[in-house]
Design a protein around this ligand. Structure first.
Ligand code: HEM
Ligand SMILES: *[C@@H]1O[C@H](CO)[C@@H](O)[C@H](O)[C@H]1NC(C)=O
Ligand SMILES: *[C@@H]1O[C@H](CO)[C@@H](O)[C@H](O)[C@H]1NC(C)=O
Length: 515
């Protein structure tokens, strides 16, 4: 490892670097230094990697840049759809997630579907795909989301509107999607959202679930230090010696894994008591007999699906509500679409919408898709190359190098999306007749692409469209965070720094209300 020797060099270069002295062009040019290459630019921009990736992508004709320090594996940062197709599909077997990352999160996520490669991944993928493809599963998801909306989310918004209370909508969405994924995937309702409502008192049996959610949040963020130097070199020692922050991580992990084990146990008990009533995914998985599943495997299912399915939808909703709050024209069209359904289908007495109705909401689908294009919940992906390879644009990738793709940068390339690439324009996704027109997943890899594409895409859309349709039908939302663009938090996911403070007001009755 040459890095320790090079750190002083990097540090000196870093001190000499004064962004004010440089012409704007220089920043984009990413000057190459002896031995450390472009690495100092990366260090300099550690605090804003997501935004910086846009500059990096725009400066290269093929939107691909290599960072290479002598003696260390290189990192290729790309925003090129052809390169992505190569790593995600064409040469899939050469680009696993890689042990570098997996060993750092193993004590949290085990070797679940999200954190495994090769055969270990494949059998889990097969078993999970089978469950996700069932129509009964979709119906189950629609019903579960509907109950969460009617029982918890809409009453919470109603209360806030009535009392003029400001809500942190990011927190609300995180609680909502936590409850929702627990319900659909594990057949439990931890009711964390009810606890987010300050007016209510928390029953003791729910405190456990809230503690679990807090500990899960903590681990998810704290574990990221293992990726940042110098902690990336020290964390194993600190873990062995039970030193902070590893000590705190271990304590939080005890809470997380203990609760996940209890979810598995309760799920098995329910299954034994009433084998016919299984609706949730975990129960199906346990009973599928895809392989002799140990309780540890099932615990990994719990943590992996929570990670994959929870904050992703919450992040998507957070940016969506912020974007729409600045665009009354988009809001009007959303409300118009919802009202049209109420008119067509008449007063069915149902507060929520059916699967078929949700499917036909093309404008809302386009608006959510456009919002995720600009603010992808997973803003960057990483793969590690097993052997020497050459990407379609000619970039060399050495054995053991990382290839990262930036979704955030891809969305901001004129070449891909046109001159208005930075504009929030749902119509981009609509055909002349108003129906939704999908794009290649390599150009818009919000749910990734190829064999490891997201399994929960349809489930996520059901959830997000239900929330948007039901919430905007009844309420309007005003952003209270000021004129500036909200900050982005550095994490696996694109969270909004400081939350999303919003004022909720009841909308004037629509054409059919009280009909
Ligand atoms: C807006 C919401 C969502 C977005 C943007 C999203 C995005 C993604 C992305 C980018 C990946 C690939 C990540 C990687 O390989 O590093 C992924 C994988 C995955 N997602 Fe989602 N996801 C969402 C919701 C969900 C939901 C609701 C579920 C279901 C519980 C889910 C289940 C999964 C699973 C199981 C994988 C791993 C697939 C594999 O490795 O074979 N996702 N998702
Ligand atoms: C895939 O990667 C390997 C390196 O492990 C390389 O030898 C091979 O040529 C690549 N295959 C394709 C189709 O590019
Ligand atoms: C590549 O991705 C890894 C994992 O997300 C991250 O730690 C690293 O900073 C990324 N590098 C670049 C140059 O974006």
């Amino acid at each position: 490892m040459l890095l320790p020797l090079l750190l002083p060099v990097i540090f000196l270069l870093y001190l000499r670097y004064d962004p004010k002295k440089q012409a704007p062009g220089d920043v984009d040019d990413l000057k190459v230094y002896p031995l450390v290459g472009r690495f100092p630019h990366f260090v300099k921009n550690q605090h804003r990697l997501v935004e910086w990736s846009v500059h990096v992508a725009r400066r290269s004709p093929t939107h691909t840049t290599t960072f290479k320090v002598v003696g260390m594996p290189g990192v290729v940062l790309t925003a090129n759809p052809d390169n992505l197709e190569h790593i995600a599909k064409t040469n899939f077997s050469n680009y696993p997630k890689g042990e570098y990352m997996l060993t750092k999160i193993e004590d949290f996520l085990g070797r679940g579907i999200f954190c495994s490669d090769g055969d270990q991944w494949l059998w889990q993928r097969k078993a999970a795909s089978f469950e996700f493809s069932k129509r009964s599963q979709r119906k189950f998801v629609v019903d579960a989301v509907g109950s969460e909306l009617v029982d918890h989310l809409l009453p919470l918004l109603d209360q806030a509107a009535r009392h003029g209370r400001t809500l942190d909508m990011q927190h609300v969405f995180e609680c909502f999607s936590f409850d929702n994924i627990c319900r659909t995937a594990f057949g439990e309702d931890p009711a964390c959202l009810a606890a987010a409502d300050e007016g209510s008192t928390t029953p003791p049996e729910k405190r456990e679930a809230i503690e679990f959610m807090r500990a899960f949040d903590y681990v998810q963020n704290a574990i990221l230090v293992r990726f940042v130097p110098p902690e990336s070199m020290l964390w194993r020692v600190k873990k062995a010696l039970n030193m902070p922050p590893e000590k705190q991580i271990r304590e939080a992990l005890d809470t997380v894994l203990g609760y996940a084990d209890r979810i598995v146990r309760r799920c098995k008990e329910r299954g034994e008591a009433d084998p016919g009533s299984r609706g949730d995914f975990l129960a199906h998985f346990a009973a599928s007999g895809a392989r002799e599943l140990t309780d540890d495997n099932l615990r990994d299912v719990v943590t992996n699906f929570l990670l994959a399915g929870r904050d992703t939808t919450a992040a998507a909703m957070t940016w969506f509500f912020w974007l729409v709050s600045g665009r009354p024209d988009v809001e009007d069209k959303i409300v118009h679409e919802v009202h049209r359904f109420r008119r067509i289908h008449g007063p069915t007495g149902s507060t929520t919408f059916s699967l078929d109705e949700l499917r036909e909401m093309h404008y809302i689908h386009a608006a959510i898709t456009e919002s995720m294009r600009l603010y992808p919940p997973v803003p960057q992906g990483m793969h590690v190359s097993k052997g020497d390879d050459v990407l379609p644009d000619g970039t060399f990738v050495g054995k053991g190098w990382a290839v990262n793709h930036s979704l955030y940068a891809m969305a901001r390339l004129e070449e891909l999306w046109g001159k208005d690439c930075e504009e929030f324009r749902p119509e981009r996704w609509l055909r002349e007749d108003g129906t939704f027109q999908p794009e290649s997943p390599f150009k818009n890899p919000v749910f990734h692409a190829g064999p490891r594409m997201c399994l929960g895409k349809e489930m996520a859309y059901i959830q997000m469209k239900s929330v948007v349709a039901c919430a905007f039908e009844r309420f309007s939302f005003r952003y209270l965070g000021g004129e500036e663009h909200p900050g982005m938090e550095i994490s696996f996911l694109l969270r909004m720094k400081g939350g999303l403070p919003m004022q909720v007001t009841k909308r004037q009755p629509g054409p059919l209300e009280g009909f």
